[in-house]
Structures are given as structure tokens and as C-alpha cells.
Design a protein around this ligand. Sequence first.
Ligand code: SF4
Ligand code: SF4
Length: 66
Amino acid sequence: MPNAVLDVERCQPERCDRGICLARIKCPVKALWQEDPYDVPFLSGGRCNGCSVCVLVCPAKAIHMS
Ligand code: SF4
Ligand code: SF4
């Protein structure tokens, strides 16, 4: 099953409301987290269930499935 992969070079947290990662909010298994708003999030591939929601909601298209 494919996992979400975050491209940190493409991530633009300022494009998310108040700098809070939209993919993090929408991820059903909390596979993404941020230390603080406007930080680039971390992604724990081991938790990912492959639902692709993060890919759809990320405004910067910084996440893909692989
Ligand atoms: S939703 Fe996308 S652009 Fe926004 S912080 Fe998360 S990975 Fe970065
Ligand atoms: S594909 Fe689904 S489970 Fe995996 S990180 Fe994205 S939103 Fe979370």
C-alpha cells in the first residue's frame, strides 16, 4: 500500500490558515505533526493508512503517494 511522502522543499506553511498544516488537521491517523504553526510538518510514514486525504488538501501540492 502506498504511503504519503512529504516534499519539504514544496511545503509552504504560510498557505495554510494561521500556518497550521491543513494536511495535519485532516489526517485521520495523525501521521503529520508540527512543532509550531508555520513550521514545516513532519510525516510519520509508519502511521499512514494510505487514504490520500493529505494529498488532496495540501494547497502547495507538497505531498504525494509513493
Ligand atoms: S498542508 Fe501542505 S503546504 Fe500546508 S503545511 Fe501541510 S504540507 Fe505544508
Ligand atoms: S495518506 Fe491519509 S493517513 Fe496517510 S498521511 Fe495522508 S491523510 Fe494521513
